[in-house]
Design a protein. Structure first.
Length: 302
């Protein structure tokens, strides 16, 4: 996933139904001698069945919680879409504008408190490690940098086959990836994680080798490829970037029907378009184990 020099201003056309990070606050500076508990938080985004095609899916949202032993205060940190999931996955086709218009950014949100009931009732709230105030402050600096340079949300992982060792053509960049990067950063700073099973959701497309098509200007600009531009617009035409999670999945299944019927998918990744020659099983939503990291420094904590 490409890193960018800065986060672009958001276009006023991009409106979110729910305000991004409404109670967000700056990450506090902790006292160096503080001992901070780190919690793994996970709960379902939306649980549903879709016939026998995909069965019962576990679409989970991940976050990380902190508790300061000096102040007793709790905090939650997560990473999610600025304009909801549909906008990060599908573009708007605007009248009079040739190129599909993307309202796609993701960012970290930090706020005081942990909604225990939410995480416990439906999912997970479990202590994974303990860190010092110094490590927390170093992590905060890293979060700021990560947030300023990793700006686009990417729903899909694209790989060659369901095989464990299959080539990954494109990696997703969403809430769980941020949590995994955070854990890895803490491990590198010296955190020692408990040995517990941790699972994450991935939405995977299966494709032969992707074909690079170009960027917005080269495809949709004055010297662009009209045929290709029309094909990309046509591919995205049934999918409106709806606001609700439920409608997003209705659109998702429309996409699957098209993909299976025509064996094709147009992917927009790091501001470039790619053609994916899709192959069976086309798409899978998996919930699989990703172990907690092992650090590279002397240990501290549990």
């Amino acid at each position: 996933h490409r890193r960018f020099d800065y986060r672009p201003k958001t276009d006023p056309y991009c409106q979110a139904r729910y305000t991004f990070c409404p109670t967000g606050s700056a990450i506090p500076v902790m006292k160096e001698e503080d001992v901070i508990e780190v919690y793994r938080l996970q709960a379902p985004v939306w649980e549903f069945k879709y016939g026998d095609l995909l069965g019962h899916l576990k679409i989970m949202h991940d976050a990380v919680g902190f508790k300061s032993s000096l102040t007793g205060k709790n905090y939650t940190m997560e990473w999610y879409e600025l304009f909801q999931l549909g906008n990060c996955t599908f573009p708007h086709l605007r009248p009079g504008v040739d190129a599909p218009f993307w309202c796609n950014q993701g960012a970290a949100c930090f706020y005081e408190g942990i909604d225990d009931a939410h995480w416990k009732a439906n999912g997970t709230l479990v202590l994974v490690t303990t860190i010092s105030g110094t490590m927390f402050n170093e992590m905060a600096q890293w979060v700021k940098h990560d947030n300023e340079t990793g700006i686009y949300y990417e729903t899909w992982t694209v790989q060659a086959s369901p095989d464990k060792k299959a080539t990954v053509w494109f990696d997703s960049y969403e809430c769980s990836k941020f949590i995994l990067r955070t854990y890895q950063k803490l491990a590198d700073l010296g955190a020692v994680f408990k040995k517990i099973q941790t699972n994450y959701t991935s939405i995977i497309l299966f494709s032969g080798e992707p074909v690079y098509l170009g960027n917005e200007t080269s495809i949709f600009g004055p010297q662009g490829n009209k045929t290709l531009a029309a094909a990309i617009r046509d591919f995205y035409s049934p999918f409106k970037p709806h606001q609700s999670v439920r409608e997003f999945f209705v659109d998702l299944f429309k996409i699957i029907d098209r993909v299976i019927l025509n064996h094709q998918f147009y992917l927009f990744y790091n501001l470039e378009y790619w053609f994916l020659p899709m192959k069976s099983p086309y798409l899978k939503i998996i919930y699989e184990e990703v172990p907690l990291p092992v650090g590279s420094k002397a240990s501290f904590g549990v």
